[in-house]
Design a protein around this ligand. Structure first.
Ligand code: WTA
Length: 634
């Protein structure tokens, strides 16, 4: 971190933005402290009351079952399907005629779909899935661009009790193939292509290549977005529109168990291949529904825009499930934020009179570079709340967002959470006094603590590891297919506590300041990537014998990937080969993983047991002290 940035953060700690009176006046929760105290004293009652706001086929027998820690269960014995709450129940109210999604393509094409129309599409696609042989509990991989059919596919899976595994459309062949194999998906849903930043992304081509490596896929459904020619395998491939033509619009929602799996979502960890976090119908629904309602205070007249990708947890929770359960109108935009000009987002916010915008700091920093004249071309007066997610927001970006996008009147909800947590964990509410760069305080029913190596709480303003002491309904239940890894990764380091993998500080006012990952997880443009995945992509190139990847600070992207490569005998390092390796990583993993730099080396710093010491590489690259080297082998 640069010195100037540290000064900025220290001064931000003293800089407090009280909530504007009109925001307080309309806020659902006016007294955060009182409700926090109630939820801390009576967590099960608090969550049971929230669950009562949703519809259950059968009420639970027990709110929380903690008899087999850390495999907590919520709303045990309850019968519940999230789709019943996201769609079916709205069919009995005026809300069926409300717009669920307003969509804009990068080519400016527009669509709007009501709750009733969305329900009809979901019912039809659920019948399509059944006709392809998909049954309750089966995994279905979804690899699509940002189109309304992506939520349709997710909801259709959930409706029949199948488990969706969405793979972000920016990932490429190897990432997709690995996830198909690990989840054992026999059905893949994709698009012919997508438009991003003026370019055509060949989703179907990538899917075809991935299936060559993961030949367990028996059926592929292709949604036609671009209409350009694509390869076709007769018998295996089917057009979405052809299957939908004859599908019945009537489909009963499967009466699932509260603890039945809803989806798996792969995310990067510190070692090995990405892990599939598993979320369930009941607890995840209650948690995402409640967090959105309280933190963004969503009301019927709101126009909610979560600008994340549905392929990441932010999109699962706050583009698909929570907004629909809350009956909100959402905006969905297909393409790049600065395409064709740096005011694309601001044009969309103005055009649809967006009231709440939720996005990532990397996007703010990227758009900030172009100057305030771009948002100033647009009337952004409809906005009343802003949100931030994915990485720490530096105070400078916070102030720019607050001033130029929020017009100085919109509080910023800086929400800290993870794929593993399902929903917001440390977050402001609209009534919380804000400090730029702090996610403020734990959500209701969450107890968080910053501790040292031994698990002892650290004093105020000292850095330590962020841990959670209480279970919550939205927590991932396990790692699909690898429960031991679930225990090892999250629950072994500090017995009785969930270990987040982040470091943080708590200031004298009890405000949490998230510093960043303490493991080998990188945040590149808000996307979570593991150094191990980049390394494995590099060694899949014939020239590479060994590779190490680290993240270095990057002004816009948060982290930039730097890699160190030992070549096989017979290969010579050259700028051309470095470029080839960068492209190779982009090809196997996806463009977001393309390293900033490839450096050829003859040795890598390793421990005696052969583990690469990435922290030493990082210190060297930054010109910092290398720290404790007693375990270094070379
Ligand atoms: C980081 C994204 C600071 C953090 C929802 C966490 C944040 C990781 C914030 C999870 C925030 C997320 N302030 N850091 N408001 N939100 N992070 O699984 O390091 O993609 O552990 O979930 O993002 O990333 P994931």
């Amino acid at each position: 971190m640069a010195d100037q940035e540290i000064v900025n953060i220290i001064s931000a700690q003293e800089e407090v933005y009280p909530p504007p009176p009109d925001v307080v006046a309309r806020a659902r929760i006016k007294d955060r402290e009182a409700l926090s105290q109630f939820a801390a004293d009576h967590p099960e009652q608090f969550w049971a009351e929230r669950a009562e706001e949703l519809e259950w086929y059968r009420k639970w027998d027990k709110v929380l079952d903690d008899s087999n820690k850390p495999f907590f269960k919520w709303f045990v014995g309850g019968r519940f399907n999230i789709v019943h709450n996201a769609l079916d129940r709205h069919m009995n109210t005026w809300r069926k005629n409300k717009v669920a999604y307003i969509w804009q393509g990068e080519d400016y094409s527009e669509r709007a779909i009501s709750y009733a129309e969305l329900n009809r599409e979901v019912c039809k696609f659920a019948n399509v899935l059944k006709s392809l042989g998909v049954q309750k509990g089966d995994r279905v991989t979804i690899y699509m661009g940002r189109v309304i059919e992506l939520p349709v596919a997710m909801l259709a899976c959930a409706k029949i009790g199948a488990v969706h595994s969405v793979v972000y459309g920016g990932f490429s062949v190897q990432a997709l193939a690995g996830r198909i194999l690990d989840s054992q998906s026999k059905v893949l849903i994709t698009c012919d292509g997508a438009y991003v930043n003026g370019k055509l992304v060949e989703l179907k081509q990538i899917a075809d290549d991935a299936i060559k490596e993961a030949p367990i896929v028996e059926k592929v459904v292709v949604y036609k977005r671009t209409g350009h020619p694509v390869g076709w395998v007769e018998g295996r491939d089917h057009w979405w529109h052809e299957l939908m033509k004859d599908a019945s619009p009537v489909c009963e929602t499967e009466v699932t168990d509260a603890e039945d799996p809803l989806f798996i979502l792969y995310t990067s960890g510190s070692t090995g291949k990405p892990k599939a976090l598993l979320h369930t119908h009941g607890g995840y629904a209650v948690y995402t529904y409640t967090t959105m309602r309280y933190v963004f205070d969503v009301q019927d007249e709101d126009r909610w825009w979560c600008a994340a990708d549905p392929g990441w947890i932010t999109g699962h929770s706050y583009i698909v499930y929570a907004p629909l359960m809350n009956g909100v109108t959402s905006i969905m935009y297909e393409g790049g934020p600065a395409y064709p000009a740096p005011d694309r987002w601001w044009q969309i916010a103005e055009q649809y009179r967006v009231t709440i915008l939720y996005c990532a700091p990397t996007a703010i920093r990227g758009l900030m570079r172009f100057g305030p004249e771009w948002p100033q071309k647009h009337d952004l007066s409809s906005l009343r709340l802003l949100g931030s997610v994915g990485e720490p927001i530096n105070p400078e970006a916070w102030r720019w967002y607050h001033t130029y996008i929020g017009g100085g009147r919109c509080p910023i909800m800086d929400t800290w959470w993870q794929t593993e947590t399902g929903g917001f964990m440390i977050t402001p509410l609209p009534v919380t006094p804000l400090k730029p760069g702090s996610a403020t305080k734990p959500f209701f029913g969450i107890r968080a603590e910053v501790v040292d190596d031994e698990g002892r709480p650290v004093p105020p303003n000292e850095e330590g590891y962020l841990t959670i002491l209480t279970p919550w309904p939205g927590m991932a239940r396990t790692i699909y297919g690898d429960p031991d890894r679930y225990v090892q990764t999250y629950w072994a380091r500090y017995p009785g506590r969930y270990f987040t993998g982040d470091s943080a500080r708590v200031d004298q006012d009890g405000y949490f300041w998230i510093i960043g990952r303490v493991d080998d997880v990188l945040k590149v443009s808000g996307y979570r990537l593991g150094t191990a995945e980049v390394e494995s992509a590099l060694v899949s190139h014939p020239a590479v014998a060994e590779a190490a990847a680290i993240g270095l600070p990057h002004e816009v992207r948060g982290n930039a990937i730097y890699t160190y490569v030992i070549l096989r005998a017979g290969y010579e390092g050259s700028p051309a080969l470095a470029e080839e390796l960068r492209q190779h990583v982009a090809k196997v993993m996806g463009p977001i993983a393309r390293p900033e730099k490839v450096e050829f080396v003859s040795k890598l710093p390793k421990t005696r047991s052969g583990k690469i010491m990435r922290r030493v590489l990082k210190a060297r690259a930054l010109g910092l002290p290398e720290g404790d080297l007693t375990t270094l082998e070379e």
